[in-house]
Design a protein around this ligand. Structure first.
Ligand SMILES: O=C[C@H](O)COP(=O)(O)O
Length: 263
């Protein structure tokens, strides 16, 4: 089956709402100049919560092909959860995607696989697509246990999801040691774990789920390395951090098919 690639820019805790509008406009102009076909490669931006309304307004006003999402969501529907943002609120703002279980949430906020699974479920219930993050740290990689470690995260996160729900998810494999370090995993490293994730989806559900789910790689992706990573069979896009904060660089990542070595 043909899976439409996604290039998703996770801005993390960067850019206020004025800067967000400027970046999205520049990204849109750059992609329009290149006559980018969004049905060929989806382009998503994932700003901080405080920017989403501004991004929604400019995306709608300028009829952009860019879609957007949020970096996290509460597992709760509403109520006394100070500081939390519900799935319904994000849906109302036009979010397509919600990142859940990013390694920075796991590390700094103690999120575990069960919580990640519950967050994925509330996103799906609100008709948004969760981008479920997984990936090993350096210690695990040094021990050669990256596949078993990452698959355990997948088992935990997908525990409460039906086959129909699982089919609608996106997974991002992000080896923690490659995030923001400039230390990109080799295309073979990315393919090894992404292929193992796809095989596990076939075991947990069936081949139709495994074929449908898009699996992204994340960790120091740049325009200079994206084509080689995207050439791998089981890599269907990238979750991009630092390089998504520059419009021209992120547009070049989205245009990976123009680079040498692209599949
Ligand atoms: O969500 C994005 C990842 O954490 C990758 O970040 P990075 O591209 O800055 O390494």
């Amino acid at each position: 089956m043909t899976r439409t690639p996604i290039m998703a820019g996770n801005w993390k805790m960067n850019l206020d709402h004025f800067e967000a509008v400027a970046l999205v406009q520049k990204l849109d102009w750059t992609l329009k100049d290149a006559k980018h076909d969004y049905e060929d490669v989806e382009v998503a931006v994932i700003p901080p919560f405080t920017d989403i309304r501004s991004v929604q307004t400019i995306v709608d006003a300028d009829k952009m092909g860019i879609v957007f999402g949020a970096q996290d969501v509460s597992e709760h529907d509403s109520g006394a959860y100070t500081g939390e943002i519900s799935a319904a609120m994000l849906k109302r703002l036009g979010c397509t995607y919600v990142v859940v279980g990013h390694s920075e949430r796991r590390e700094y906020h103690g999120e575990d696989d069960a919580l990640v699974g519950r967050k994925a479920k509330v996103a799906l219930d609100a008709e948004m697509t969760p981008i479920i993050c997984c990936g090993e740290g350096l210690d695990v990689r040094k021990e050669g246990r990256q596949v078993e470690y990452t698959l355990a995260q997948i088992d935990g996160a997908f525990d409460g999801l039906s086959a129909d729900e699982a089919k609608k998810t996106v997974i991002a494999y992000e080896p923690v040691w490659a995030i923001g370090t400039g230390e990109v995993a080799t295309p073979e490293d990315a393919q090894e774990v992404c292929a193992a994730i796809r095989a596990r989806l076939a075991e947990l559900y069936d081949a139709s789920v495994a074929d449908a789910v898009r699996i992204l790689y994340g960790g120091s992706v740049k325009s200079s390395n994206v084509a080689q990573i995207m050439a791998k069979d089981d890599v269907d896009g990238a979750l991009v951090g630092g390089a998504s904060l520059k419009a021209e660089e992120f547009a070049a990542i989205a245009r990976f098919k123009e680079h040498a070595g692209a599949k």
